[in-house]
Design a protein around this ligand. Structure first.
Ligand code: FAD
Length: 403
């Protein structure tokens, strides 16, 4: 049941979105133009900030609105329903680096970085993964050697989303090579204009270079940029993951609900039967007339609804100071599986029109081929499906720990 405050916030935001969205510039035409994407995404973030809607649940002293996490969900629901821009390049800053600094940073770090993230002035990236350290992240080898009031960092990171347009990087480095692997890691803030950083974009199967390899050659990072204690970075990283796996995918889930509604519309447009075919007129029935297709869509929609209920449960527990447990892992695993199921159904519906990107069948709406390919990455990003299963097995089901 919505409180009066939540309903008031929803109504006010809805009005603002109705007024503001028609005044936005068009999104960049080129999928791979990251400079234009950055300008578009940070421009939207700035508008949110100026109107008092950036960081709905962040403290007021850092430019947030100081509302509850439930009101943050209202914000996400309304922005998605209105078709507002996605968080885009602001993903790391607003959804996990910023919240980690809010929880673990000192007063200077909060004052220096949080307003810049909320105003869309600074884009962040995440330098955690390395070529030999993904799932086993604690084995990372990028080393940081203390030299006076700096750490000198050398090594290689990979899959660094938005690195080519980022101002700062939340980076994990090894500060004590002798300590057990989880105990010799430190969480640092790396300015991306530091000398010694080389970025090499990686092209993905959807044709865009969202992430990069990042080579670090004696990059000097001030000690004051350390979040938490030296060698306590693994604990700080777990705080980052609690945000990244917990709430960072919420707006994605809402976007998926829109995709599933679009699929229902597409099913009604696809002619089947004699003289029919994908996108062709003359068929005697549509895909929607097939009860099994309607069943599949209903199951997908029900699963998405259940995931939304899970998000609300996790957020409401967090609001009452209760640990959500492995709720983030349960969410991420189930979300990925539903997205794959939805993508497979889209491909069957589109049939030959699914052989190309774009919208060759003229059905309108999102690019469901690209979305199907993108769904593959959901089993890997922010911890693979197998790793989420390990966490659920150990922490929820009480199975023996992995060695
Ligand atoms: C779209 C996308 C964006 C990303 N963005 C970033 C980013 O911005 N910054 C960043 O640092 N990283 C990023 N990553 C990297 C991501 O975090 C890693 O790819 C992920 O942690 C897996 O690591 P890996 O690729 O090295 O695979 P590996 O760890 O080598 O895993 C290979 C396979 O072995 C399985 N496996 C490994 N260990 C176990 C185990 N103990 N039990 C069972 N199975 C196991 C895995 O599940 C997987 O199937 C991104 C990845 C994607 C796909």
């Amino acid at each position: 049941m919505e409180t009066e405050a939540e309903a008031g916030f929803r109504a006010e935001l809805r009005d603002w979105l109705k007024e503001t969205l028609p005044t936005l510039p068009p999104p960049p035409e080129q999928h791979d133009d990251w400079v234009a994407k950055r300008a578009y995404d940070t421009g939207w973030q700035r508008r949110l900030f100026d109107a008092g809607y950036a960081g709905t649940s962040w403290p007021k002293e850092f430019g947030g609105r100081g509302l509850t996490p439930t009101e943050e969900l209202v914000f996400l629901e309304e922005t998605e329903a209105a078709g507002a821009p996605y968080v885009g390049c602001n993903f790391v800053g607003t959804l996990h680096a910023g919240p980690t600094i809010g929880a673990e940073g000192n007063a200077e770090q909060k004052a220096k970085h949080l307003p810049g993230i909320l105003k869309g002035e600074h884009v962040w990236c995440q330098g955690f993964s390395e070529p030999e350290s993904g799932s086993d992240l604690a084995s990372l080898r990028t080393k940081a050697v203390r030299d006076g009031d700096h750490y000198v960092v050398t090594g290689q990171k990979i899959w660094t989303s938005h690195a080519q347009v980022a101002d700062y990087c939340e980076i994990l480095v090894r500060t004590d090579p002798e300590a057990p692997k989880h105990k010799g890691i430190t969480w640092l803030i790396m300015p991306m204009d530091s000398p010694g950083i080389e970025i090499r974009p990686i092209r993905t199967l959807t044709g865009v270079s969202e992430f990069s390899e990042m080579f670090l050659d004696e990059v000097r990072i001030p000690v004051e940029n350390r979040v938490g204690d030296e060698n306590d970075g693994w604990r700080v990283a777990m705080v980052t993951f609690s945000f990244e796996r917990g709430t960072a995918f919420v707006s994605e889930l809402l976007g998926s609900m829109r995709l599933s509604r679009e699929l229902a519309t597409i099913a009604r447009r696809i002619n089947r039967g004699p003289g029919g075919g994908v996108g062709a007129g003359g068929g005697t029935s549509t895909a929607w007339d097939d009860a099994s297709i309607r069943d599949e869509l209903a199951v997908i929609q029900a699963e998405l609804d259940a995931l939304w209920a899970l998000i609300r449960r996790n957020v409401s527990r967090a609001q009452r100071g209760l640990d959500a447990g492995p709720g983030g892992s349960v969410f991420k695993l189930a979300y990925h599986e539903t997205r794959v199921k939805m993508g497979d159904l889209a491909m069957r519906l589109l049939d030959r029109a699914g052989l190309a990107m774009g919208d060759p069948g003229g059905f309108g709406g999102d690019d469901h081929v690209e979305e199907r390919l993108y769904a593959l990455s959901l089993s890997i990003a922010a911890g693979t499906a197998q790793i989420q299963r390990n966490i659920i097995g150990e922490r929820l089901l009480g199975l023996p720990r992995e060695r």
